[in-house]
Design a protein around this ligand. Structure first.
Ligand SMILES: *[C@@H]1O[C@H](CO)[C@@H](O)[C@H](O)[C@H]1NC(C)=O
Ligand SMILES: *[C@@H]1O[C@H](CO)[C@@H](O)[C@H](O)[C@H]1NC(C)=O
Length: 489
């Protein structure tokens, strides 16, 4: 029913590279206006510097931000900003700014998109450059962000609907970063609870007491995928897909398996996804010459594989494993689709499924699902197969509720142990594989990010469409937000 809205009315302005067209309409946005609230507008009130995206440099290997003075690599070796793994909010801002839906009239706008991204990336860059901080240490860019949010909460525009017509885009699964952390999460979870939250995995808000309110407008989106050619971010999406019979490998998996134990030294469960990766790689690594499942860590006998090589191998592989890591989301999921490899979700726990809603990615059509009964090797507790009403996990790295984002019980294949996986994969009929590949091919461009509205649709089209179709806020009865406005400054 909603599908029609993504069949873009092609008023193509220009033919962009490789057959992607700039379009200018999102049907649900017709008649609506969007204001981009750049938090920099409040910087002077707090004597804070204006933030610029040139204040960070991007790791050429993984697209993660670092401070300019980080010794890890020279600024000029960094990636273009459009390829930052967490640059989705920037793509969205550019697309809004270049669309006919943008307005300069904040008071009259239907939707307010909060552009906190620049200060957020600075915070992320501090964490990556200097290391995560203990709860008693100060966190400079985090403190700036809190002050700016405080001004936003005090604004009349926020108070008009207690933020119910505001949209936040949080492109990173989370920090443990210094003295600001608790206040930061309290603000996201409590003060912003009526807003729309765009995230990369459910756990980012499942930790909130107000999860059920937030979940009404929660949207899970992909990371910005890497590119084998930095000047052409879309290249990987436009390369031809190798026919199944020409693929040399049956299964591919490559990732780090060493956990970040320092997050919470008291809690071993945070390493669940990494322990699982290690167990799975050990179980499958031996299961045949055309099976290529390995950890990249030296400590586990692995080695780093360049992005180009990863992409080349995935392109010539039939199945690519989707496993969670420190948290449920991974950029690799986008890249698997980009490569035209058939995704295999193995759990529990399960990797995040971005854009699983109507009009997004049809995971049942494109992917395979396996459900392992003997997961005790990597999960301490019993798996919780539904999101509980009242209890919340305490951290985004807690795997307790990493369940598939759409129901897949009817299609998931039950396995006793991981060792049984290859026998199943080897016997899938060719007709099923053809259908899966067809679905991957028809949907892969939805994992791309482009700073304008396009046809065929990118992730940005789907995000915009959802932003515009959330219902107009109703007045929130009996809500006393008076304290929230003053809280953070
Ligand atoms: C571990 O520490 C975190 C942070 O201090 C706390 O929230 C959590 O409850 C602790 N977990 C356990 C199992 O004690
Ligand atoms: C996996 O199997 C368990 C029973 O072992 C079941 O409760 C759960 O719903 C299954 N999940 C999926 C995704 O098939």
């Amino acid at each position: 029913m909603l599908r029609a809205q993504y069949l873009l009315l092609l008023t193509a302005a220009a033919c962009l590279r490789h057959g992607t067209w700039a379009a200018n309409e999102i049907s649900t946005c017709e008649g609506k206006s969007i204001y981009v609230m750049d938090l920099g507008m409040f910087a002077a009130q707090h004597d804070l510097p204006q933030c610029s995206q040139a204040d960070v440099k991007l790791d050429p290997g993984n697209g993660i931000p670092y401070l300019l003075d980080s010794p890890k690599f020279k600024a000029e070796e960094g990636l273009p900003y459009a390829l930052a793994q967490h640059s989705g909010p920037w793509h969205l801002r550019e697309a809004i700014a270049g669309s006919k839906y943008v307005t300069a009239d904040m008071e009259q706008a239907d939707i307010i998109y909060v552009y906190d991204h620049c200060y957020y990336m600075l915070w992320l860059a501090q964490v990556h450059t200097k290391g995560r901080k203990m709860p008693e240490e100060a966190s400079p860019a985090g403190d700036w962000l809190m002050a700016l949010y405080g001004s936003m909460l005090s604004s009349s525009r926020w108070q008009q609907n207690q933020g119910a017509d505001f949209v936040f885009y949080d492109p990173h699964p989370g920090f443990t970063d210094g003295s600001v952390e608790a206040a930061y999460y309290k603000m996201l979870c409590d003060d912003f609870q009526h807003a729309m939250h765009i995230v990369v995995e459910r756990g980012q808000r499942n930790i909130c007491k107000a999860y059920w309110e937030i979940s009404k407008k929660l949207m899970i989106v992909p990371y910005v995928p890497g590119s084998t050619d930095n000047r052409e971010p879309l290249l990987g999406f436009q390369q031809p897909i190798l026919p199944l019979e020409e693929r040399q490998n049956l299964l591919f998996f490559r990732a780090t398996c060493l956990p970040f134990m320092y997050l919470y030294p008291n809690n071993t469960r945070i390493s669940t996804g990494k322990v699982m990766r290690h167990d799975v790689a050990l179980a499958l690594g031996k299961s045949g010459p055309n099976v290529d499942a390995m950890c990249t860590d030296k400590e586990f006998g692995g080695r780093f594989l360049s992005f180009q090589k990863v992409m080349d191998r995935m392109k010539s592989t039939l199945f690519c494993l989707v496993l969670p890591g420190d948290s449920a989301s991974a950029r690799r999921t986008s890249e698997i689709f980009m490569a035209g490899c058939i995704p295999v979700f193995l759990g529990p726990p399960y990797g995040s499924m971005p854009l699983a809603e109507e009009g997004g990615i049809d995971y049942k059509a494109s992917s395979l699902f396996f459900n392992v009964t003997e997961y005790r090797g990597w999960i301490d507790d019993d798996m919780v197969w539904e999101i509980p009403r009242d209890e919340r996990p305490f951290h985004v790295c807690n795997p307790w509720t990493w369940i598939p984002d759409i129901p897949v019980r009817d299609v998931a294949v039950q396995l006793q142990t991981v060792d049984e996986l290859m026998d199943h994969l080897r016997t899938i009929p060719r007709s099923v594989l053809d259908q899966k590949l067809q679905a991957v091919m028809s949907q892969r461009q939805k994992f791309s990010f482009q700073p304008y509205i396009t046809a065929p649709p990118s992730a940005i089209n789907i995000i915009l469409s959802r932003m515009c179709s959330t219902k107009k806020p109703e007045p929130i009865p009996g809500q006393d937000m008076g304290t929230a406005g003053a809280a953070a400054v």
